[in-house]
Design a protein. Structure first.
Length: 302
């Protein structure tokens, strides 16, 4: 692979700017027969908490036009199993690793980050779209002061760069980005899913048991690109952009809007080769355009 795809994100150099969106790739086990994990810029793992989470009742996935809804509920085996099984697997395959962390309280997040402090992972992605049980279920990422507080708490114990994953379900995404930057975040990740709903007209009830779910896929891409552009012009920390990326052109949009790296999510479900194809496409683009590197186009649209 050409060194022209190399990017620096929060002081960490990655061979290329393509990773996976948390929750869409597991820890790579399901996809290893389709994609060489060490070819990816990094593998972003499914969210992990301090204890196992059962997730929401079924049905919890529904297709929509140009996308999908999910209400998995961040089901995960907990940090003990994650370290022993998932991280061990990724280490063996020489993958670069971004661990997504979830929690229901500030203490939950801190515990997981502390447990990961001695692991050989590249970055932490902190999912602040989780409901804060100590604040009546309001997501950490929906109030700037809460987002800043959780960022500060995590940064105190983290030994790896901290990337805060922002929720798009807010009035002003730049306000949230500025809050986590003030809290010491090394980068931001956006967007997480947009809250949506689907009705099963035959059964005359909700298509998913949770009533609402996170909408992802191509349908959210224009919103995601807009938010990446806004945040890129509001903060100085780097952005990991995502939301409906299916191909090289989609990835280029995010990079030109100001993202330093991109994550492929829903596309993995219908095209398990998507990440690899996008990396190849970016390499071809750099050569065709005669660029010194992919970084030449990051934030080039004004």
């Amino acid at each position: 692979m050409s060194k022209k795809l190399s990017v620096n994100f929060a002081g960490i150099t990655f061979d290329n700017p393509v990773t996976t969106a948390s929750g869409t790739f597991g820890s790579g086990m399901e996809y290893s027969e389709f994609v060489s994990l060490d070819k990816l810029g990094a593998v972003t793992t499914k969210g992990v908490a301090n204890v196992p989470w059962e997730g929401n009742p079924t049905p919890r996935i529904a297709e929509t036009h140009a996308g999908m809804l999910n209400a998995i509920g961040l089901q995960n085996p907990g940090i003990d199993t994650f370290i022993e099984r998932d991280l061990k697997y990724l280490y063996e395959r020489k993958a670069r690793i971004i661990v997504n962390v979830c929690g229901r309280s500030k203490e939950d997040y801190v515990e997981v980050v502390e447990r990961l402090s001695d692991e050989k992972i590249d970055m932490l992605e902190i999912n602040i779209s989780c409901p804060n049980v100590k604040a009546g279920g309001i997501a950490f990422g929906q109030k700037p002061e809460m987002a800043e507080e959780i960022t500060k708490a995590v940064k105190k114990v983290a030994t790896q760069p901290v990337v805060m994953k922002l929720s798009p379900n807010v009035t002003d995404i730049t306000e949230m980005a500025k809050a986590v930057e003030a809290g010491g975040a090394d980068g931001v990740s956006l967007i997480n899913t947009i809250t949506g709903m689907k009705i099963d007209v035959d059964r005359k009830t909700f298509a998913i048991a949770n009533q609402t779910g996170g909408m992802s896929g191509p349908c959210v891409k224009p919103v995601a690109v807009r938010m990446v552009y806004q945040v890129a012009n509001a903060v100085k920390i780097p952005i990991l952009g995502m939301g409906g990326i299916q191909n090289t052109e989609d990835a280029l949009e995010f990079l030109m809007a100001g993202a330093t790296m991109v994550a492929v999510g829903t596309a993995n479900f219908f095209n398990p080769y998507a990440t690899s194809e996008i990396i190849d496409g970016l390499e071809e683009y750099v050569e065709r355009e005669g660029l010194s590197g992919i970084t030449d186009i990051i934030g080039c649209v004004h």
